[in-house]
Design a protein around this ligand. Sequence first.
Ligand code: F6R
Length: 612
Amino acid sequence: MCGIVGYIGNKKATPILIQGLTRLEYRGYDSAGIAVIEKDKIEVKKDKGRVSNLYNLDGIDDLKGTCGIAHTRWATHGKPSKENSHPHMDNDNLFAVVHNGIIENYNELRNELTEKGYHFLSQTDTEVIPNLINYYYKQDKENDTLKVLRAVRNACTELKGSFALEIICIKEPENMIVVRKDSPLVIGKGNGENYIASDIPAILSYTKDFYFLNDYEFAYLSKNNVKFYDTELNEIKKNTKSIEWDSKGAEKGGFEHFMLKEIYEQPRAIRETIGTRLNSSKVSFEELGFTKEYLETINKIYIVACGTAMHAGIVSKNIFEKLCKIPVEVDIASEFRYRDPLIDEKTLTIFISQSGETADTIAALKLAKEKKAKTIAISNVIGSSITREADYSIYTHAGPEIAVASTKAYTSQVTILTLIAIYCAEILEKADLAKIETLKKDLLSLPAKVDEILKDTSAIKKFAKRVYKEKDMFFLGRGVDYAVSLEGSLKLKEISYIHSEGYASGELKHGPIALIDTGVTVVATITDEALVEKSISNIQEVITRGAKVLVITNQNLENKGFETVINIPKISTEISPILSIIPLQLLAYYISKEKGLDVDKPRNLAKSVTVE
Ligand code: F6R
């Protein structure tokens, strides 16, 4: 989806802007552009296509300005084209604007502005914004220092939908204004310079100190200063937060793709997510501070998220129910938010979002708050929107995840959810103590066991070579293995474009088995000792019907007649998905690579889905 970068300081803005956009390429886009304040005008350079094309645009090397804005566009309103690319300007070329998000009432605004004499060059929703600002600017008879800011504020009060905006104005060449509503934007504080980005990794090599904006807060930047204002244009104070991420996390570091690098980073991500929470005799979450009295009032836990994060929720339903004896519902955020869920102050709600910017998950969290439920946000990004909305925020420490297909964030999410389940269980004193001790020991053994799986990937590569031309695959499992099958299937379809389905093994014969025929590939995961025999019977049923089968297991399945078996280390069943997903991630990766696809940036997908 769209990306934003901005710079104001003493250096030439253009290289910084283009480098920032390059770092945002992973988000997916179809056009790119920059606007820089030159001596007496704003210069805009933009076109459809890759960010690197910007280097070839006429006159780009001549830009000397030290204040500029930049954008990668992912088309929503109007096809990818030069005209529709950002930045957009008003009819008098006073303002240049880049915008992430969607302006829902742009048609009305466009009609109103057209009646006032404005004309439009693009089909975008964005182009109404610079013209609306222009309109308010010209209406304003004052000539004070807040005139441009006032025009921006007045325009923003008319916008419906979501927006993160960067605005520069030729009348104030030493300033820039940014504002957001329901779309991410951060300000990086430098020394005599300031940076803007929709995603932290874009500017991480310049600064680690960030300001985070809330909805409808306006930042008024100069190279040496950032002032913040509310909608009444009263000044507000903000402090920076430091981000520990290493800028190397946003580079490939010798790996062919970010996805492979991130798969290999999982031991570290899990270790850092556990951090010191397991060092004491009891699991600690000081930020939650739950008491036994409070947890005893909870009659339901809701875990809500999208995609892979939702799959992490499905895995952990089992452990919460087992250890805490509280029923758990796992829901898709885009469904939850529109179906008037039965929740109240006795419901504990957990929202999981790697990016912390997923529009549906944020809306679901807001709904839970309205209904008085306690809300916990689990995110990988410090200061992300979801963490600012929730009652409590807990972070995974996976480091920046750049590949669109989530890997290390997923295993870190399951890790942190397991820790939260143990934390609640220890307070509630309902779970078997020996079970808890085993789980804790097993959690600490995870990094080494993931390493063990990653040491030899030859069998997975070989299987990938065998099946990469297939059109359909099934991922089967029971219990937690079913949860992992859903995630394995999602990984495959998003980066290999092979149709696949994750299914509960026992459910297969209620319909989908009709699709099993000679040559269909089935990937089965078997890690639950109690369900081994039943799972084996299900696999035999598909082998009989001609399926090629890959089995991922930590059980002894020698002599069961399976052609390809990948053995993974033994661990408590509840957390076995953290291990069994690794071969499935690798399978998706090697199939995508074998097919020569863009592994890190699969078609039609965006890293964070900031619109509905
Ligand atoms: C799949 C994937 C997506 C995300 C989903 C939620 O590999 O990455 O399914 O998990 O879009 O994103 P976050 O966790 O950022 O809310």
